[in-house]
Design a binder for this molecule. Sequence first.
Ligand SMILES: Nc1ncnc2c1ncn2[C@@H]1O[C@H](COP(=O)(O)OP(=O)(O)OP(=O)(O)O)[C@@H](O)[C@H]1O
Length: 296
Amino acid sequence: MSNAVETVGLGRRYGRHWALRECRLSIPEGRVVALVGPNGAGKTTLLNLVAGLIRPSAGSVLRFGEPVRDDPASLGRFAYLAQDSALYPGFRVADLLTFGRKLNPRWDDDLARDRLAQLGIPPRKRVRQLSGGQRAQCALVLASAKRPDLLLLDEPLASLDPLARHDVMALLMETVALHGTTVVLSSHIIADLVDTCDWLVAVNRGRIQVSGEIDELLAGHAVVSGPVDRRAHLPDRLPVVTESVNGRQVDLLTRATTDTFGPAWSVRPPSLDELVRGYLGAPDASALPGPVALAR
Ligand SMILES: Nc1ncnc2c1ncn2[C@@H]1O[C@H](COP(=O)(O)OP(=O)(O)OP(=O)(O)O)[C@@H](O)[C@H]1O
């Protein structure tokens, strides 16, 4: 099985500013990837590079083992829902389906119609008559109906209310379960990703900070909590990623450790949210395959 996405030394510069640099990434096929990072971290730049919408300033991108090309065979295998994806406001939803059918050899019309019916979006409605959330849902249905092997979604949940976010994620999961689609999904709302994503990529200040299977990452870390005035008693070798003080308690996100601490200390696995916040708050720390840098 080849990787759905592989990048080597990938970088993109705007003028003198590197939006993304030295990005080495391997995303195995069939994964549902949470792409996270603060505003301006480089997530959209990464997605645009993988989609072939912009060219690298350095390095390379492979999709399913092949360089990004814009021939029909390569384009037919992926779909990209960009952050500012606009559907033509004057078109009826049914017209969008007709276009989809004509333009995409793998188009699944039944799937598109079923999903729209599930979401209560009538095909006769014009795009401008849909709410912002319905438009986002409609765009996602169109992208899924292309039956892509790789689906790139840039903040697909941003304009949706909690119920609609849940519906969209459920729809997405159905597509993944049916077709084994690899999905890369950028979002700022970690809670929405917990039940859905099995791979985490964190981008921070233009660099890939974390990449790996979520279960392994969680099992490979611990939260050590105890009294802040005993902090100095912890072993120096403790591989701390980041730490925060809450009142009299200090919480340390650490790499998994075999050290034992006194009764004053508790050790538990982190939540995904804690892991993500811990790394994004410590931009020099990383959890990548290969050499690891740890911040203290
Ligand atoms: N077309 C462009 N011209 C100049 N600079 C750009 C351009 N696109 C992105 N950048 C810069 O590249 C950096 C990364 O931007 P990018 O949009 O990839 O971040 P992001 O992680 O997607 O952010 P957000 O979460 O806010 O959408 C930012 O500093 C941004 O200002």
